[in-house]
Write a protein that binds this ligand. Structure first.
Ligand code: AGV
Ligand code: CA
Length: 318
């Protein structure tokens, strides 16, 4: 039994050598996740694709370029995605979007490089088909870019080793006021999430069930206020400060950082296979549900180890 569990889990413990594409909506915790990954020397970041979500893609790409340059990863191409979800008009609140668009503008100089001219979905459609060089995707926002890539190239996904997505809520309440059982990334583009769940490749979801266990509270902010000296720690501090209000109110979590860390530390989350579907009708839009009797199509992170998370997060203080 234990052997069987290990065999089933094995493909999810990915070696760091498989290159990684980060698909992000460039919010504050997205940039924390990107910074954490930049600082792992073993990670081969092949590209960053910016999706609509918290930031607008063109603005988000500027934040990503600034951070990559500061971290010395100047050869990583950055692709801009479409401005609208695959279907519908779901969008994050304007105030969140405006704040996300401005991230790192005062902290880091404008990047010397520009984003690629090719659209994110076109790049992904090709890359996800290349079976000679398998790749992983870490998706940290609405799945628009990947959903679009799948529409462009129906055979795509064969070259995708694994897709890890921060999104959804399964056995816990959602975080979208207008659809209480949905999580934001799923609610903004449920059609894209549905395509990904039906893609036939390995999907690993890090939903609110797991991220609820890793709040970033006032004590973490205080720690960085007191100890941040080196550049990366200073950037962490600035990004946390931009969310100080939510942090003090107990409403801030290391959503995307947890998803990034699961690529390295299988012990960080409890995991289980599940057969999932996503609802699309207005009141339930973006809600993840289990499908009785269907074949499992995703691995779900069901919980997280808060202490291990805190230890890993503190490595950003040198
Ligand atoms: O629902 C979690 C997703 C993550 O990808 N995002 C934030 C992370 O980037 C949406 C979100 C939920 N609550 C938020 C969010 C808040 N209070 N501020 C900004 N974004
Ligand atoms: Ca995000």
């Amino acid at each position: 039994m234990r052997f069987l569990a290990l065999v089933l889990l094995l493909p999810f413990m990915m070696p760091a050598q498989v290159p990684l594409i980060i698909d992000t909506d460039a919010g504050a915790d997205d940039l924390l996740a990107l910074l954490w990954l930049i600082r792992q020397p073993s990670v081969q970041i092949e590209a960053v694709t910016v999706t609509q979500g918290l930031a607008h893609p063109a603005e988000g790409a500027q934040s990503v370029l600034r951070l990559l340059e500061a971290g010395g990863r100047t050869a990583v191409p950055v692709y801009i995605g479409a401005d609208r979800p695959v279907q519908g008009y779901g969008a994050f609140p304007d105030v969140w979007r405006a704040a996300s668009d401005r991230l790192l503008r005062d902290e880091l100089p404008q990047a010397k490089r520009r984003p690629e001219s090719r659209a994110a979905a076109a790049f992904l459609a090709d890359r996800m088909m290349d079976t000679r060089r398998p790749v992983r995707i870490l998706a940290l926002g609405p799945l628009t870019n990947i959903g679009q890539a799948m529409a462009l190239e129906p055979r795509t996904g064969q070259g995708l080793r694994e897709l890890v997505w921060m999104g959804g809520a399964l056995d816990v309440p959602g975080n979208v006021p207008q659809a209480p059982s949905a999580e934001w990334n799923a609610w903004v583009d449920p059609e894209a999430a549905e395509r990904v769940l039906g893609g036939g490749f390995r999907v690993h979801i890090v939903p609110l069930d797991a991220t609820n266990r890793v709040p970033i509270g006032p004590s973490m902010l205080k720690l960085f206020e007191e100890e941040a000296r080196e550049w990366a720690a200073t950037i962490v501090l600035r990004l946390l400060r931009s969310e100080a209000e939510s942090i003090r109110a107990g409403r801030y979590y290391a959503w995307d950082v947890l998803a990034a860390m699961t690529l390295f530390e299988p012990k960080l989350t409890g995991q289980r296979m599940a057969a999932l579907a996503v609802r699309k009708r207005p009141r339930e839009r973006g809600r993840l549900v289990r499908v009785e009797g269907a074949r499992p199509n995703a691995m779900i992170a069901t919980s997280a180890d808060a202490q291990l998370f805190a230890r890993m997060f503190r490595t950003m203080l040198p």
